[in-house]
Ligand binder design. Sequence first.
Ligand SMILES: CC(C)(COP(=O)(O)OP(=O)(O)OC[C@H]1O[C@@H](n2cnc3c(N)ncnc32)[C@H](O)[C@@H]1OP(=O)(O)O)[C@@H](O)C(=O)NCCC(=O)NCCS
Length: 406
Amino acid sequence: MGDRSGASGSRRRRTGSRPSSQGGSGPAAAAEEEVRDVGAGGDAPAPEKDKDGDVDVGSGQWDLRCHRLQDSLFSSDSGFNNYRGILNWCVVMLILSNARLFLENLIKYGILVDPIQVVSLFLKDPYSWPALCLVIGGEAPGCAAAGKKANGGAAQCTVSYPDNLTYRDLYYFLFAPTLCYELNFPRSARIRKRFLLRRLLEMLFLTQLMVGLIQQWMVPTIQNSMKPFKDMDYSRIIERLLKLAVPNHLIWLIFFYWLFHSCLNAVAELMHFGDREFYRDWWNSESVTYFWQNWNIPVHKWCLRHFYKPMLRRGSSKWAARMGVFLASAFFHEYLVSIPLRMFRLWAFTGMMAQIPLAWIVGRFFRGNYGNAAVWLTLIIGQPVAVLMYVHDYYVLNYEAPTAGA
Ligand SMILES: CC(C)(COP(=O)(O)OP(=O)(O)OC[C@H]1O[C@@H](n2cnc3c(N)ncnc32)[C@H](O)[C@@H]1OP(=O)(O)O)[C@@H](O)C(=O)NCCC(=O)NCCS
């Protein structure tokens, strides 16, 4: 009896939870409510109640009633919104379809994962390592010394200018996971060893995972994309692009977690750096603007403090200041890609500058969940376009041009 009354109670709640705007307050709404009341009780005999006040369903014709005025669950009028099971179904389907892709890939290419290959690539050509290795190689002893002192009692003492003009302070800023200098950074009281160990293990595991996924999944797809590009076969190019989008996006997500959660937290923990807001909930972005404000907080804070706000203070309009920031960001994105590839193309630059019209389009035409879907779509599709463009140009420049010349 308790079950039954509970279920009917929940049904009544659902029907009753209609927004009043839909029910309205006019005569039609009143009539509808009347029908509802009649539907709920009607002119059926009033149910008998036991001494606890519960409806006694075992007597008379009351127990035969099984219909009431109510909406189907998928109607928005029903007010029902628990789709947890459907979300789980999506995850199961995703795992199943990717398991099939994984098997197909293995059958087609065998095992391509080779961690030694990556290490040997760097070992073979140590002179073209990024300048970061110089910084770490040259400055590590200083950093270690600074770290030890800072860890001792840095959480308590505050520094004021010009006492901060020391190597220790300089090195602390260089290695701290921030781009914005402060005299007194917020400090954590101690190093949490288990937290640090988890972050370090994540760093190791995720690095291997990313390298493995690139070797096994991305490289063959990219290699197979060269012919459609050469033949300018547009339908095949789009097919390759969509195929590349899945591993590219997955690797990008892993990279996000690896860099912004594992690496930056590990460094911060070691250095007692207290501000751990390296990212915010960009995955809920309903606009492109929100995404750029929340996905890379160290860069965003730098842009705001050293570029955007100074421009606003000097009288620039918001639009001009935003344009200036994206122009600088586009330059650095291009720089980071062009230098290692040793070829100057403007794909990364264009991709970054395209964010401005994109932000306008998404903001103008999409709202709520549609806006969120639009942001995800631009992330999933936009990046592989740039990747394919660079690979294509690199291939033409390094493999086709020399052969043509010969
Ligand atoms: C361009 C960018 C900085 C704009 O940021 P935004 O948050 O949309 O800018 P807003 O106009 O909302 O204002 C931001 C701040 O400026 C302040 N501000 C606004 N007008 C101001 C004015 N006239 N004078 C001073 N400050 C002002 C706001 O109060 C706000 O301050 P708060 O952050 O302390 O709350 C941001 O989109 C960005 O960082 N883009 C580039 C990101 C990037 O390239 N990342 C690379 C990742 S790989």
